[in-house]
Design a protein around this ligand. Sequence first.
Ligand code: SIN
Length: 385
Amino acid sequence: MGARRGPPTPDMRVWTPTFVGVSWWRSVSAIYNVIPAQAGIQMRFNRARTVLLAFASLALAAAPLRAEQEPTAVPIVIKFSHVAAPQAHKSLAGEHFKKLAEEYTHGRVKIELYPNSQLYKDKEELEALQLGAVQMLAPSVSKFGPLGIKAFEVFDLPYIFAGYDELAKVTEGEVGRELLNKLESKGLIGLAYWNNGFKILSANSQLLGPDDVLGLKMRIQASKVIEAQMWALGALPQVMAFSEAYQALSSGVVDGTENTPANMYNQKMFEVQKHATLTNHGYLGYAVISNAKFWKGLPPDIRAALERAIAETTPVANKLARDENEAAMAEMKASGRTVFHEPTPEEMAAWRAAMLPVHDEMANRVGRDLIDRIYAATGHKPATQ
Ligand code: SIN
């Protein structure tokens, strides 16, 4: 602790050793000084003084110890970093979690939210979490492949989920939990899934079927399954950080991309994409994660309170995401910047036929067994041949 200049403040007097000892001893002496100095009294006074001095020195020794043992007023800070825009549903979900977490821990935890890649981009944020520079993230599950957890890319298989109900059977079920547990081997802990939504394709040219994507450079997340899906369409996949997607689209470094309506709107991609097709071909969602060592080192009551806050935030986050995807679509249509195309049943069949072989193609990477378990959990096995 650095030396403090200036007079002691009233709170310092509570425990500053010299102050306690001297003032207390002065009071005791003062009492004895008013007693008449008669024979025998002085002797008893001396004995009493010795005893009191012993107590005083004990008090002096104990005083700094007491101060150290007092609960610190400094809260545990959790830096929660992510790449989505401040107005995006992930940010709103983060704010909801912050409110509950601070309330349930009675202020012993302070959640600091850092949206919009302001601290770290996609890849860096995972490294920062592993190193302990931040304590919480909610990255897209498509970004765990480069970390070595390829199984998460199962979520990227095109048309593996027919909708939100099927998806919930995995994210809220045994398979989802087992996938989160795999993060521990990388020093991370998986706490929950928060949805974004289903992806659509966009470009500056009309996309009526796979032939229209042929040769287009498409920005994707760092997932080998998404890469294979773009190759299957005849496109040229370009892995790029989320924070760089808008610039790459607007400058023509890439021709198109895939994303949810909410992301397309919040990142203003619709301003630089003339066409989009509502293929709804793939899921985009987040895993709320922490550094395992940090999380397990939290006092048990704090950890329980945070887990409760996350569990209660999850349904709120999922509702925010669905509402925002709908609102974003309405806003983008109203803006007239992008023309949105709803595929006909025949066109949809052509998109599915082009992309579904990726399930078998990527089975070795994500695990055949895992894919089959997802088909079983959802009760939906798309025709992949
Ligand atoms: C996100 O929604 O957090 C990012 C998704 C992307 O990189 O496309």
